[in-house]
Every structure is written in structure tokens, then in C-alpha cells.
Design a protein around this ligand. Sequence first.
Ligand SMILES: NC(=O)C1=CN([C@@H]2O[C@H](COP(=O)(O)OP(=O)(O)OC[C@H]3O[C@@H](n4cnc5c(N)ncnc54)[C@H](O)[C@@H]3O)[C@@H](O)[C@H]2O)C=CC1
Ligand SMILES: NCC(=O)COP(=O)(O)O
Length: 340
Amino acid sequence: MSQPKMPVAVTMGEPAGIGPDVALMAWAARKDQSLPPFYLRADPGLLAHRAQRLGLSVPIQMVEPEDAVATFGRALPVVTGTHAIEDRPGEETSATAQDVIRSIEACVTDVRDGRAIAILTNPINKANLYSAGFDHPGHTEFLGALAERYWQPDRPVKPVMMIAGPDLMVVPVTIHIALKDVPSALTEELIVETVRIVAGDLRQRFGLPAPRLALCGLNPHAGENGTMGTEDRDVIAPAVARLQAEGIDAFGPLPADTMFHARARETYDCAIGMYHDQVLVPAKTLGFDDAVNVTLGLPFVRTSPDHGTAYGIAGTGKAKPDSFIAALRMAAILGNPDAL
Ligand SMILES: NC(=O)C1=CN([C@@H]2O[C@H](COP(=O)(O)OP(=O)(O)OC[C@H]3O[C@@H](n4cnc5c(N)ncnc54)[C@H](O)[C@@H]3O)[C@@H](O)[C@H]2O)C=CC1
Ligand SMILES: NCC(=O)COP(=O)(O)O
């Protein structure tokens, strides 16, 4: 693909986690891997310390987003706006939470204002942000709220989480909720609305003209005809019937335990799970190093590495930047469809 004329905006994420490590490593690999240009909205001092810790030679240049593309070849472009943050890898604190949140908001407004092509979020510590008053379960839901605020205040936005790896793409219908709350949250309407968005985005953004969507059951053996739970029969099956009537190639509910082996995966393009771990476990097992978390249903492009803050290896050089790099490439491609 041709090099985008606009950069990808990258959030700081949890500063004590591996976000700074993988961003610095990706910049260092930019030439070998022909990476699209990006800038970070983060504290330049922390990044300089972390680069030193990792033994990476990374010149840092403070810029405005407009200068990021021209800067990217010779220095890591950084847009400031945060407080100075001490480089303490692995040390959890909610003291930086407001800066973490502001960085996400600022990257989103950069895209809205035409200063960036897409947003890539570095991992956050959700519990830390909650303790500082953040009232969204994760990025996915927060970005939906920002999309409503900045793009379409008159219409609700339904953000949908997809984990996309080379061997498996998955979507959880319910996302960041307790397992005990899943059965009551799972409605026919929610399933239909989610799958419509998946079908539409896979067609329009991912170039799949007729995506095949396999829906997991909720219960063992997809309920075994209602003897092991009724949601499969009473909620998921009617949702599938409605989707099929709309011309969407959805099928199921299928027993989830036999949906993820290699031959089964050949029968669909994306697996739709009923709860987070049902589909994120197979997705991360098959593709932890290179899968990408991408939010569907938004009026802008957002990707993220599939991993979390990995405090235990932050600042040690053990973090692999592969998922960040995959997320960067996907952000640039989805944000620049003309270059496909
Ligand atoms: N998009 C986001 O903001 C996400 C945030 N999180 C947050 O991350 C925190 C930690 O979550 P965990 O479940 O422990 O998952 P995690 O992904 O941070 O770590 C799981 C395991 O994988 C290893 N690992 C993770 N990324 C790696 C990389 N790039 N290279 C090498 N090894 C890597 C870690 O060292 C650890 O052993 C939580 O607070 C969670 O909320 C988790 C997932 C996504
Ligand atoms: N396990 C992936 C995850 O929870 C990421 O959530 P989000 O912060 O991207 O909404």
C-alpha cells in the first residue's frame, strides 16, 4: 500500500505497562518493516527514559500532529498534553489515570479534526481508571460514547469489539460484564444489532462481500434441545432466523466447544460469541502475538494490540511489539481505504 499522508494517532495507555515499550520498539523497526507513520500523545520524558532502559536509540521530537509524517523517518513524533510522568515500569497507580483518559480523548478529536487517519490505543489498566472515576467498562464502550459526543449526538452508537487474527476473527456480543450477568443481558435484539454491524463492517471495511458468521451457543452443546439451558433455543436461534431473513449469512447456534478447530474455522469468516472469554480465549490462543483488537460500528477507525498492560515485563525488553505493529498496519489500511 502507498504510505498514508496522515499519521495514526497512538494513545499513551498505561504508562507503567508495556505500551511505551512496544511503541518505541515499533518506531525502531519502522524502516525494516515499512511501517506507516504514527505519533504518540504521551509524556516525552517518560518515553526517553523507557527507551534508555530498553537500550533503544530513539530520538524524540515534540510535534503537532500535522508535522508527524515529516518527522517520523528521523524521530519518534510525540504530541504532549500530559503531566510529566515518572518512568516506573510495573508500578500500578491511579495518579496517572486522568492523563491516560485525556490522551484517548485527544487522539479521537485529532481524527475528528482531520489531523490523524485513525486511532491506535495502547493498553489501559481498567481497574485503575475506574478508581479515578472512569465510568466506562473499557476503551470499546468509551469510544462509543466519544463517537456519540463528537460525530452523532442525535443517534446512539453501538461499538462492537472484534479480535482479528490471521487464523480467526471473533466478536463477543456481551463484552465487559460479569459472567453471571450474561444470560439476562443476552437479548435477541442485542444479538441482531451486533451481528448486523459485524456483517456491515466486514463488507464495507474488510472487503468481504458476503461474510459467513457463525454464532456460538451459550450453553453446553448449544443447550441440547433446551435440556441444558434455554437461551440457545429461545434467544439465539430466533436472532439467527431474523438475520437470515435479512440476507445475512449467519448460522447457529453452534456448540462452542467444537467451533474452533482448524476444519471448523474454514466454514466461517467470523465467530460471534455470547460472552468475552468464550471467543477471546480461542482468538488469543491462536494469535496472541499478532491479533488486533478493532472496534466495529464506529464512525472512525480504532485498533489496539490484543494484549494488556503486562506489568511484569514492562521496561525489561521482553515485550513483543508484533501485535502493536499489526494494529498499526490495520489502522493505516482501514483509515486509508483508497490505498487498498
Ligand atoms: N486494550 C486494553 O486496554 C486491554 C487492557 N487490559 C488490561 O491489562 C491488564 C493486565 O491484563 P492481563 O489479563 O494480565 O493480560 P496481559 O495481556 O497484560 O498479560 C497476559 C500475559 O501475556 C504476557 N504478555 C502480554 N503482552 C505481551 C507482549 N506484547 N509480549 C510478550 N508477552 C506479553 C504478559 O507478560 C502476561 O504473562 C488488566 O488491567 C486489563 O484490564 C487487558 C487487555 C486489553
Ligand atoms: N480483552 C480485551 C479487552 O478487554 C480490551 O478492551 P477495550 O479496552 O479495547 O475495550
